[in-house]
Structures are given as C-alpha cells and as structure tokens.
Design a protein around this ligand. Structure first.
Ligand SMILES: Nc1ncnc2c1ncn2[C@@H]1O[C@H](COS(=O)(=O)NC(=O)[C@@H](N)CS)[C@@H](O)[C@H]1O
Length: 440
C-alpha cells in the first residue's frame, strides 16, 4: 500500500481531551475520529487493527465449535419486557420509537434475542449442546464515556451464547469458553488473567472477567506470578475433551486472582509466597457468565428430553470487548515513540521507508521491494512521500508497525538496506533479498 494513496490523518499535537495513552495515540496515529461522545469512526489504520482482532476472536470461537451468525443492532422491546430487563436496564439503554410509535432499542447485549432465535429453531435434546456467536456493535448510554474506545457508547463486542440440557453440560460449555479466552488473548500477545467477577445486569451465579495487564488499566489486580508465565498456546488441547479442559480451569480458578474490589490481603499472603505476589493494573477485555435458565424460562426456550419431558435449556454468555481491545493492546504495548503492535494484530507487518523520494535508485529499489513483499502476501505500508527522513521515522514509530525496512542512497551503493525491529529497536544492515527472507 503506498502511503501517498492511503488516508492516514496523523496529528502532530496530542489532543487535550485524551487522558490516557491509548486514546492519545489512537487520535495521533489517525486510527479513529470521534463523531459524538463515546461514538467513533474507525479510519483505515484503526479499522485494519479492529478487523485483525475480530479475526483472531472468530478463529478461536470457530475452533471451540461455535457457529457464527449476525443479529441486528436494533431490537424490539417485546422480548425485554418478557425477560423483565426492559425497566431494569435503566438509563444505559438507548430507547427508540419507530414511525409507527413502536418501542425499539439499540441492543446493549443479546441474551433475549438469541434465546428467542434458539427457541424458534430447537425442539429436542438432539439440538443441544449448541453455541452461537456474533460480532456486532452494541450501544450502552454510559453516563460518562471516556478513555476513547476503552469506555465507548457504541462499541464492538463478540458475544457468544451456549445452550445445554442441564447445569453440568452448561458448565462444560463454560469451561470450553474459559480456555478459548485464554487462547484468544494469548494469540494477541496479551497476558490475560481470569478473575472471579460480579454478574451484574447479565445475571447468573458463575462469572469470570478476563483482565489484561496494562500499567494504565482502570482495574487493580492481585495475583500469582506463575499465572503470568502459563503457556496455554503451547498445549495442544482438544476443546471437546472436558477431561483435558477441567484441570486447566481448576488450576486457574484455585490460584489467587482478584480485582481490588474482591481483594483480601491476608488471604493473598496466606495463599501466595512473597516472591510470587503480583500487584498490577489491568483492563477487563472479556467477561463470561453462566446463568442457567434466567432467560430460557421467561422466554419458554424448552427442549424435550429423551424421556419426553420439556425442560428449559441452561445457558451462558461470553463477551469480548473487540473495540476495547484496540485500546487495551496499545495500553499494553507502547513506548515514548508511540504504539508497538504485536505482529498478530498489526495493521501492516512492514513499514517500507524511502529516505530520498526524488532519488531514482531509491525509488526503483523501493518499488521492487514493495511489489515483492505484496506478492509474498506480506502487508506493507510504503512511505513514498517526499517528507523528511526524520518525519518518516517519527510517523512510522508512532503508528507502531512491527518492522521498518529503510532504503537510502548510501546503503544502496553498498548493496544494503536497513531492517529495524520496532519492539526491540534492533537494526540489521543486509541485502534486499536477505531482508525479504527475514520478513517472510
Ligand atoms: N462501554 C464499553 N466500551 C467498550 N467495551 C465495552 C463496554 N462495555 C463492555 N465492554 C466490553 O464488552 C465485554 C462484555 O461486556 S459484558 O457486559 O461484560 N458482557 C455482556 O454484555 C454479555 N452479554 C456477554 S455476551 C466486556 O468485558 C468489555 O470488554
């Protein structure tokens, strides 16, 4: 992608209203633009990251055997009256009247709607276990939206819902999602710690929130160092084998891992040896719930059992803050020069920098490298503008691409280009072909 043809409205100055580093960097890097309080447009660079995060979430949900669908953002108030949440949900719910005066709402979550969809489509025990999910925009009229996309009013969530015949099998679904969440955040290079959580307006009696470590996070967490070194991706886990999953969930849920509102210092000291005690700040990026028949009973989502009884299905819901993760990742991965994207979510893998746009040999070499990288399927943003080298370096560091491939007249005379690794700062002088090899 040539930068001369890419809409990247970076900002020189830090916008005054941005209080936290991710909000500042997302605005400066031209990733988002606020349309109204807590409501953003995702500009090309930001949208590319959002889609990469979505894709990792999608792959892991599919791996867990969940079926992707898409529910609307606008819902009728009917089902929310039946579940009793229409009034409970309070001011956070954006209520809308259509031209016929029908009471609608912009969905803050989808337990009612998905339960109705399942009710209409499932009849017997043969239709469970089932797990359905979508990745869809939500609206919650937060009284004080702030911190950019971290606490927005319109935000992107993956919400999955499980349907089972009884509590035990519903707990198996919960454990499956628990491990799927560990994998999902690990694939983004994040350290995520599941914490026992309040269930709030979603309901139920079993819930964990997944908190990623980020020194500027809103949440204070207390946990055991071994949890941060746990390598879930290194284990080839069969998600359909509860005998493999249960020990992992038991390990995580027996270790001390609490947010400040549940923290008990005496208990912490009893359970965790001093050299293993970790106290860090974090950001909640996922939240999973088991809530039994809370929605299936009022909405009559029943299935017939083998011996002909009709029972309400046991359910759980599993949310990931997809748009919040863009900010969360920046909180976890940045330095004084800007963002430092993990490769798995970066908008482009390589920033190709032509140090002298008006030099024929540089332009020819860069055009060739650009073409070869794209042919090899390596995403590249090619700075072909006539900005100064200093401005090019500063902008590439700001937007945080994992690799910078730098081409200048001196290097070319010696037959070399420079490859810089953004995260470590390591630089390598090597031939263009060797550089392409290293990036493949
Ligand atoms: N205002 C918000 N802005 C950005 N992300 C949010 C916001 N509110 C919640 N989220 C994200 O969405 C995730 C799930 O939200 S939730 O309320 O905990 N859970 C649910 O809504 C359930 N229906 C899960 S399917 C949270 O863990 C958080 O990462």
């Amino acid at each position: 992608m040539r930068l001369s043809r890419y809409f990247l409205p970076t900002l020189k100055e830090t916008p005054a209203e941005a209080e936290i580093v991710s909000h500042r960097l997302m605005l400066r890097a031209g990733m988002i633009r606020q349309g109204a309080a807590g409501i953003y447009s995702w500009l090309p660079l930001g949208y590319a990251v959002l889609q990469n995060i979505e894709q990792i979430v999608r792959e892991e949900q599919d791996r867990a055997g969940a079926n992707e669908l898409l529910m609307p953002t606008i819902q009728s108030s009917e089902l929310w009256r039946q579940s009793g949440r229409y009034e409970d949900y309070g001011k956070e719910m954006l209520r809308i009247k259509d031209r016929h005066g029908r009471e609608m709402l912009y969905g803050p979550t989808n337990e009612e709607l998905i339960t109705e969809i399942f009710r209409a489509g499932a009849k017997s025990y043969r239709d469970v276990p089932s797990m359905l999910y979508h990745i869809q925009w939500k609206f919650r009229d937060e009284v004080r939206p702030r911190f950019g996309v971290m606490r927005g009013r319109e935000f992107l969530m993956k919400d999955a819902y499980s349907f089972d015949l009884d509590q035990e099998s519903a707990h198996r679904a919960y454990r499956k999602q628990f491990v799927t969440y560990l994998r999902t955040f690990a694939r983004m290079g994040l350290k995520a710690v599941p914490m026992e959580a309040e269930t709030g307006p979603i309901g139920g009696n079993l819930s964990h929130e997944f908190v990623i470590l980020a020194d500027t996070g809103e949440t204070e967490i207390f946990t055991h160092k071994d949890l941060l070194d746990y390598d879930v991706l290194g284990q080839n886990i069969d998600l359909d084998d509860d005998d493999q999953i249960k020990p992992i969930v038991d390990y995580w849920t027996t270790q001390y891992a609490r947010t400040d509102d549940m923290h008990d210092q005496a208990e912490f000291e009893r359970q965790v040896p001093e050299d293993k005690r970790v106290q860090r700040r974090g950001i909640e990026v996922g939240h999973i719930f088991y809530f039994g028949t809370k929605y299936s009973e009022p909405l009559e989502a029943n299935v017939s059992t083998k011996d002909g009884q009709s029972v309400p299905v046991h359910m759980g819901s599993y949310g990931v803050g997809v748009s919040r993760l863009v900010g969360g990742l920046i909180e976890a991965f940045h330095d004084d020069a800007g963002i430092v994207w993990p490769e798995s979510v970066a908008p482009f893998k390589v920033g190709l920098i032509n140090l002298r746009a008006n030099d024929e040999s540089c332009r020819t070499a860069c055009d060739e490298l650009h073409a070869k990288l794209e042919q090899a399927g390596i995403t590249v943003l090619y700075d072909d503008t006539d900005e100064s080298p200093g401005a090019k370096f500063a902008q590439m560091d700001l937007i945080g691409l994992p690799w910078q491939l730098i081409v200048g007249p001196k290097g070319l005379k010696a037959g070399t280009v420079e490859l810089k690794h953004r995260a470590s700062g390591e630089r390598h002088e090597l031939s263009p072909d060797a550089a392409l090899q290293k990036l493949a």
